[in-house]
Design a protein around this ligand. Structure first.
Ligand code: TXA
Ligand code: MG
Length: 325
């Protein structure tokens, strides 16, 4: 069995679990984005992820497990903050960075002595983890540098040739990747904004430290160009949006606009994910929109800067990276 398979088929799930146990790659849905999964404790299997994605080997992977007990087995220590955050947000879009145990190979952690752990809530991810019976390393199932896949067909387009199979469970519900929090130091550090907002995390563990410049070493993924469509992406404040759209038109570019309900923008080249205060709606729509606008052949995509609150902070983080030259 191979190619794109419905995740509600028992045969497809059994084939996926068997492929993973034997060291092959499988694309599976999570609540955030589709993941490119491999047996996290099998060095050879993990190397296949880096080869398929063309990902730099020093960019470590997130290890997915079915529950807190399985996570604790891979962590060398389990501080009180891990206990509180896991109780509040697992299963769900939160990744915790902790000291690793020796079972976790260097290939998975990029040689770091820490491991990133996550318990996904998607029922298919849960079923697959239990059926495979092994932890799964899984980065987003896009080719490095491309927008993360929120639909099985996007993952299939990027990686279909390189995997045993792609489990299709329809569009993901969160739409941006998990929030990554480091628990290696005395204060939790926000390494990557994501599906669980800073506000919700701070309600549980108090103020999070900012990822300092030298934390880029500790979350190496932050260094690399990410999420970018082929079209030129420009981020515009609400007040400058119309001007920047005009400027792009004047240069002769074929221009698409992604704007909030409040912007008043409309027409065949405008997409409106929701209110500028509705970060959740923007997160759900963002990556698929960027892929669709690329496929439609636009030269430039002008995106309105939404409010930096809730999951909107993760949306802005991804847009800023995509807009980097
Ligand atoms: O929502 C998600 O997190 C998705 C789904 C598939 O679960 N996965 C995902 O993985 O986004 P990936 O590989 O695209 O991003 C992993 C992030 C990177 O920024 C990486 O640098 C960071 O987690 N990371 C992994 N291990 C780390 C470690 N030991 N220390 C610090 N950062 C780490
Ligand atoms: Mg990624």
């Amino acid at each position: 069995m191979h190619g794109l398979q419905p995740a509600d088929s028992a045969e497809a799930m059994a084939a996926a679990a068997a492929a993973l146990r034997s060291g092959q790659l499988v694309v599976f849905p999570t609540e955030t984005v589709y993941g490119l999964g491999a047996h996290a404790l099998d060095e050879q299997a993990v190397r296949r992820i880096f080869a398929a994605k063309r990902r730099p080997a020093d960019n470590p992977l997130i290890v997915h497990v079915p529950d807190v007990d399985a996570a604790r087995k891979l962590a060398a220590s389990w501080p009180a903050e891990a206990e509180r955050l896991a109780a509040a947000f697992w299963p769900g879009p939160l990744t915790l960075v902790l000291p690793r145990t020796p079972h976790v190979p260097d290939a998975t952690t990029g040689g770091l002595d820490s491991v990133a752990l996550r318990v996904p809530s998607h029922p298919v991810a849960q079923r697959l983890l239990r059926e495979a019976g092994v932890p799964l390393a899984a980065p987003s199932a896009n080719r490095s540098g491309r927008p993360s896949p929120t639909r099985a067909e996007d993952a299939f387009a990027d990686l279909g040739e390189d995997v045993a199979l792609v489990l299709d469970a329809g569009p993901t519900t969160v739409g941006v990747e998990s929030t990554v929090v480091s628990l290696l130091g005395p204060t939790p550090v926000l390494l990557r904004p994501g599906g669980v907002s800073r506000e919700r995390l701070e309600a549980v563990v108090g103020p999070l430290a900012e990822a300092a410049a030298d934390d880029a070493r500790r979350s190496p993924g932050m260094r690399y160009r990410h999420y970018a469509p082929r079209a030129r992406l420009r981020l515009a404040s609400a007040s400058r949006l119309a001007d920047i759209v005009q400027e792009e038109h004047a240069s002769g570019a074929k221009v698409a606009v992604v704007a909030s309900t409040e912007s008043g923008q409309h027409g065949p080249h405008v997409r409106v994910p929701g209110s500028r205060a509705d970060g959740d709606a923007w997160a759900r729509a963002l990556f698929a929109l960027l892929r669709d606008l690329d496929a439609a052949g636009y030269d430039a995509i002008v995106v309105e800067e939404i409010l930096e609150k809730g999951v909107g902070a993760a949306v802005l983080n991804r847009l800023r990276k995509a807009a980097e030259p």
